[in-house]
Design a protein around this ligand. Structure first.
Ligand SMILES: *Cc1c(COP(=O)(O)O)cnc(C)c1O
Ligand SMILES: [Zn+2]
Length: 410
């Protein structure tokens, strides 16, 4: 048995192929590159039952990951996050089988750790010494910390408005950190220039082929946790869309291995009304999105005005009979509170956006009462301490509690 069955890289746009043993960024045609595995060989050698007793993180699927030598794995135990039944919230929404895939419980507090773990491991295998990336915060935090663990240097550029904790995480990791008075696409331009000027490895979303491989493991875990049944619907808060593209890719690979049946879940791309390029493209039944001007949302991780892999996100949505939905920020904060109060889970605004989209789609009848619905909560609420407006009474030391109007009734 080989540790990885990686075969080569291919371009989903022009079908060119590339050698996976050397450093690659985008295809010559400008498209992201994706990893191909030797699935026929893997199908013969690898059974679902081989997973029994393996380490309880995403490396349990190492055959379907790009790292060829185990010694190059850089890990802090990321993956195999809980699939939590949301009974009370599901009842409130009228969805009997509602689950949360909770990515808040992972190193660095967001699912960006999956992409960083696999991306950094592969970067180490390829001999990379220094990388650069633009970020809305969470990716920069995950990549700079995993880079530090592997001894790779990082240069990170993020919007000045990005959640402050992510700034601190990057700075603490020893990264070269810069803030820009703009959005992620502005940070991207600065990084692109620095990559040229200083010959850095560009790990911007989808400009290297391996981050997506880390994120695709969410899809494998979901079906493993559901005893190799696919759910009816998966909702995903979509910025660059890497997780959604990855989940789709993973399920296709599992089909090729014969581990799951033909049925695919309907994939739903969720965005904020303040930044909804994918939703607009889907509504117009287009295959690519247009740049969204003056984007703004509290769900910072999904503030991406134009995603490089938009055509792949849209393809996954069309191919699975899914849809794209936008939600309102004020309602997202309400949903976040609902989830805390009904389920005891303090989740990130991006995750709350995806739950709100599930509620909307149930109201419209697009989701049926008895369908199995999985919502990705992509991060912990505690990474956004300032998103929640609190209004609590302050007592002086000698006061007693007389007014209990603050108490929530369940
Ligand atoms: C980055 C991020 C997203 C969006 O992920 P993409 O793969 O870029 O679509 C969603 N939620 C959180 C918390 C994020 O950090
Ligand atoms: Zn190409």
């Amino acid at each position: 048995m080989k540790f990885s069955y990686i075969s080569h890289l291919y371009c989903p746009k022009c079908s060119s192929t590339y050698d996976a043993n050397i450093i690659n960024q985008l295809c010559e045609c400008g498209s992201p590159l994706l990893v191909t595995y030797d699935l026929p060989a893997l199908a013969k050698n690898w059974k679902r039952s081989d997973l029994i007793g393996r380490r309880n993180d995403l490396w349990r699927y190492h055959e379907l990951l790009p790292v060829q030598k185990e010694e190059n794995v850089v890990s802090m135990g990321e993956g195999m996050t809980p699939l939590v039944a949301m009974k009370a919230l599901g009842e409130h929404m009228g969805i009997s089988q509602l689950y949360m895939k909770d990515e808040g419980i992972i190193p660095t507090g967001t699912f960006k750790a999956r992409g960083a773990a696999v991306g950094i491991s592969k970067a180490q295998e390829l001999g990379i010494k220094e990388l650069a990336m633009p970020t809305n915060g969470n990716a920069g935090a995950a990549w700079s910390l995993y880079a530090s663990r592997s001894g790779i240097m990082s240069t990170i550029v993020m919007p000045v408005d990005a959640p402050k904790i992510t700034r601190n995480e990057c700075a603490s990791s020893g990264a070269n950190l810069y803030l820009v008075d703009g959005v992620i696409s502005d940070a991207g331009k600065i990084v692109a220039q620095a990559v040229k000027d200083y010959n850095l490895f560009d790990v911007s979303t989808l400009k290297e082929p391996y981050r997506i491989e880390g994120k695709k493991t969410m899809g494998i875990e979901i079906v493993e946790q559901l005893q190799w049944e696919v759910p009816d619907v998966i909702l995903y808060p979509t910025g660059g869309g890497v997780g959604l593209i990855g989940i789709y890719k993973a399920l296709k690979e599992l089909q090729a291995l014969g581990w799951i049946e033909e049925k695919m879940p309907r994939l739903v791309a969720v965005q904020s009304e303040g930044c909804a390029p994918i939703v607009k493209a889907w509504e117009e039944q287009k295959t690519e999105s247009e740049f969204w001007n003056d984007s703004e949302t509290i769900a910072f991780g999904i503030n991406v005005p134009k995603a490089l892999g938009d055509f792949l996100v849209l393809n996954a949505v069309y191919e699975t009979g899914g849809c794209a939905v936008s939600v309102n920020d004020t309602a997202v904060i309400e949903e976040q509170k609902q989830i805390s109060q009904k389920e005891g889970a303090f989740i990130c605004p991006e995750g709350a956006a995806a739950f709100l989209a599930a509620r909307q789609l149930r109201n419209e009848g697009w989701i049926k009462e008895n369908e199995t619905v999985v919502v990705l909560n992509t991060g912990a609420g505690i990474k956004y301490p300032d998103t929640v407006d609190v209004n609590v009474p302050i007592l002086n030391k000698h006061e007693t509690i007389t007014d209990r109007s603050n108490v929530t009734s369940f």
